[in-house]
Write a protein that binds this ligand. Structure first.
Ligand code: ADP
Ligand code: MG
Length: 437
């Protein structure tokens, strides 16, 4: 892979035109070390639900794997190297856009009900949850559904439960944000006002109870926002999930459906999962479980690639997608901050328990941790909590990356995306690391 990428980068092809027939897409993989410029010459085309502008070049970042799709035909101009580049007319786009149309009708019905003073149930738009194994195109479908809805003026709420990849903010978080316009092709999900809960690990198996607690907190907060905002209530939610669909992963999916009161479950590319979910929710008449075809264009990514993208997401948070931001380095005294870890920690000693009781570790217990050199290279979240015991129910303001710990002088050096003091002294430790190359 690396060799072909390097060769491709060395021999960048000249700018070239590519013609798309109606309902055809051009699938492109951009190499890791260069970006690709794309320009619409004639017709219309979109990338994952967001239209290419009628004029000017769009710079697709390194490592992107995209499809440029046209409903009515288009001529494109491409400038830069690609790792692969091929057209296909076999896409599930018509099925996806029909799904969007059904959701749109439900949103309109919810809005009409709200205008007539309908109850909370009638004025609730679709709460769509997208599930399926890894690399089935979940994140991509979420993106299309959100962008198509936003293009029609809706402001759906995007909820990302995938702590492995993280499309709203860094991995290890579950988060939500309103989508007010089609998602930017280059910049991705807008970062202005996400609601973020920090779980701190890339997999839920480390502490599934905490993952559930955070889902509950996020759902509670969204429910509160919806009750005061008929517009976002009618627009509903699009919920992205992890690709872990077996065992505990499956249990967490069921938990997510229930917690967020999802009423549309879109299952991508797995008959068995569709059947299992359909059977599991059949007692609840208000949930539609729909099987959708997966796109052959979805690119398979191995675990090493995933691990790499995780690192890149963390880097992007501090340095910007185009590597054009400079993070601010700062130093605090150990005594200026308090770092906590959620869960883990030692269980109560037997001697402290009533006779006969077995010690159990409380998975949501908060443990104060000493700052040590082990924290170098890890990410810490800054909690909005006022008191430590509020940490578990609080969302976070942002993240810092620890670059040095000086035990002797009791000083911690970190980088943050903005200058100035930390907005809070309560920090949450994590197992997320990132090594500056
Ligand atoms: N039709 C397509 N053509 C080319 N690449 C695609 C297409 N659909 C999805 N991709 C890419 O495939 C990768 C995996 O898709 P993604 O939606 O992230 O899968 P999942 O969320 O199920 O793991 C992503 O890099 C995405 O950009
Ligand atoms: Mg995904």
């Amino acid at each position: 892979m690396a060799a072909t990428a390097a060769a491709g980068a060395a021999a960048a092809p000249p700018p070239r035109q590519s013609k798309l027939e109606p309902r055809e897409e051009l699938r492109v993989e951009v190499p890791p070390d260069a970006s690709l410029r794309v320009r619409l010459v004639a017709g219309t085309a979109e990338i994952f639900g967001t239209e290419l502008p009628p004029e000017g070049w769009v710079s697709i970042p390194p490592r992107s794997k995209i499809a440029i799709f046209s409903w009515h035909g288009a001529t494109l101009e491409l400038d830069g190297p690609t790792e692969s580049e091929y057209p296909s007319v076999e896409t599930p786009m018509v099925i996806y856009v029909n799904t969007h149309a059904i959701l749109d009708a439900r949103r309109a019905r919810a809005r009409a009900a709200a205008a007539q003073g309908g109850d909370l149930e009638a004025s609730q738009g679709p709460r769509v949850i997208v599930v399926g194994p890894t690399d089935s195109g979940k994140s991509t479908l979420c993106r299309m559904l959100l962008s198509w809805a936003a293009k029609l003026g809706w402001k759906p709420t995007y909820v990302d439960l995938d702590i492995g990849q993280g499309s709203i903010t860094i991995p290890g978080c579950i988060s939500a944000t309103p989508i007010e316009k089609p998602i930017d092709i280059v910049d991705g999900i807008p970062l202005e006002m996400p609601l973020v809960y920090f779980y701190g690990h890339p997999t839920p198996s480390i502490n599934p109870d905490v993952y559930k607690v955070f889902m509950k907190e996020l759902a509670k907060t969204l429910e509160r926002q919806f009750s005061g905002n008929a517009e976002s209530r009618a627009a509903g939610m699009v919920i992205n999930t992890m690709g872990w669909v077996e065992g505990l992963g499956y249990e967490l999916l069921l938990n997510a459906i229930e917690t967020f009161k999802a009423n549309v479950v879109l299952v991508l590319g797995q008959e068995k999962l569709w059947k299992m979910l359909k059977d599991a929710v059949q007692s609840k008449p208000n949930i539609d479980v729909v099987k959708l075809q997966k796109s052959e264009g979805v690119v398979l990514r191995n675990s090493k690639y995933r691990q790499k993208t995780r690192s890149f997401r963390i880097k992007e948070y501090f340095y910007g997608i185009a590597n054009d931001l400079a993070p601010h380095s700062n130093i605090v005294n150990f005594s200026d901050v308090s770092v906590y870890r959620i869960g883990g920690g030692h269980q109560a000693p037997r001697s402290a328990l009533p006779i006969g009781a077995e010690p159990v570790a409380d998975p949501t217990r908060l443990v104060a941790v000493n700052i040590s050199t082990d924290m170098i290279h890890t990410v810490l979240a800054i909690s909005y909590a006022k008191e430590p015991d509020e940490i578990i129910s609080s969302n976070v303001a942002g993240f810092i990356h620890v670059t040095d710990v000086d035990i002797q002088r009791k000083k911690l050096t970190y980088i943050a995306p903005c200058p100035g003091d930390l907005p809070s002294r309560l920090l949450i430790a994590s197992s997320l690391t990132w090594y500056e190359a």
